[in-house]
Design a binder for this molecule. Structure first.
Ligand code: UDP
Length: 240
C-alpha cells in the first residue's frame, strides 16, 4: 500500500457540493452525518485526520465575479461559506463522540481557533480531528490549494480528495463521454500537460514540487474514506 498501515496522518479534502446533498445549496445534515460517521471510524482506528472542506455549496468567488462583483470580496464570501461547512462537520463529529477543533485562516474567535499549525498537530496527536476553515484567508486561491498547503505544513502523508459523483480521474468527462477512461495511477506531469481535472493547477504544482501523493476518490460511497486511509486501490493515485 502507498500509505502504510492506515494509522498515519492524512489531509482529507471534502467536496463542499457533496455537503449540499440533492439540494445543491446549503448543508444537508444527513450527508454531513454520514461523512462524520466515516471519519469517526477511521479516527477510532488510530488515523490522524485533518479536514479541508470546499465551499461550492455556498459561494464561488469566480462565479460572483462573473455576475459583476469584485473578485476579492467574492472570494472572501466563498471563504466564509466554508466555515459553515466546518461547523456542521464539527457538530456531527461531536455526536459521534469524536473531539474536533475548527481552525480558521480568518479569525473568528467565537466559533473557531485561529490557524496555528503547531497546535493543529498537537490536536491530531491527541486524536482530535482538525477542520481547517476559510481557505488560506487569501483571495484568488482555492480550497484545493489550501488542502495541499495544510497537508504539507502538518506533514500529512497524502492528500485524500473526496469528490462528489466521480470515482477518480478520467481522460475526459465521464458525465458527458461514455467512453471516458479512468486512470488508476497518474504522474503529476501528466495531470498538468493533459489538463486533467484533479484540482486547480496551483494545488497540483504544490503537490508535485513537494512530492505529496493525491488520492482522488468518490466521497459518498460507503466505506471509501476508510479504504482511502488504508491505501486500498480505489480512485486514482497521483504521484511521481
Ligand atoms: N477561496 C479563496 N481562497 C482560499 C480558499 C477559497 O478565495 O484560500 C474562495 C474562492 O472564492 C472559492 C470559494 O472560496 O471559489 C470556495 O472554495 P472552493 O475551493 O470550494 O471553490 P470551488 O472549488 O467550489 O470553486
Amino acid at each position: 500500500s502507498v500509505h502504510g498501515k492506515g494509522a498515519g496522518r492524512f489531509l482529507l479534502k471534502l467536496s463542499g457540493e457533496a455537503f449540499a446533498g440533492g439540494g445543491g445549496l446549503g448543508v444537508d445534515p444527513d450527508v454531513v452525518h454520514t461523512i462524520a460517521r466515516e471519519i469517526a471510524a477511521v479516527v477510532r482506528d488510530g488515523a490522524q485526520i485533518a479536514v479541508v472542506i470546499g465551499g461550492g455549496n455556498f459561494f464561488r468567488g469566480a462565479e460572483l465575479q462573473q455576475r459583476g462583483m469584485d473578485r476579492a470580496r467574492s472570494d472572501y464570501m466563498g471563504m466564509l461559506g466554508t466555515v459553515m461547512n466546518c461547523l456542521a462537520l464539527q457538530d456531527f463529529l461531536e455526536k459521534e463522540g469524536i473531539d474536533s477543533r475548527v481552525q480558521t485562516a480568518i479569525t473568528m474567535g467565537q466559533v473557531a481557533e485561529p490557524y496555528i499549525p503547531l497546535r493543529a498537530v498537537r490536536h491530531l496527536e491527541k486524536g482530535r480531528v482538525v477542520i481547517f476553515g476559510a481557505g488560506m484567508g487569501m483571495p484568488y486561491f482555492s480550497t484545493d490549494t489550501t488542502a495541499a498547503q495544510r497537508a504539507l505544513e502538518i506533514h500529512a502523508e497524502a492528500l485524500l480528495m473526496g469528490k462528489n459523483g466521480v470515482d477518480g480521474v478520467y481522460d475526459s468527462d465521464p458525465k458527458t463521454n461514455a467512453d471516458a477512461v479512468k486512470f488508476d495511477a497518474l504522474g503529476y506531469g501528466e495531470v498538468i500537460t493533459r489538463d486533467l481535472k484533479v484540482a486547480d493547477m496551483t494545488a497540483i504544482t504544490l503537490c508535485r514540487d513537494n512530492k505529496l501523493p493525491i488520492l482522488v476518490f468518490e466521497l459518498l460511497t460507503a466505506g471509501n474514506i476508510a479504504r482511502a486511509v488504508k491505501g486500498e486501490k480505489i480512485g486514482t493515485l497521483v504521484s511521481d
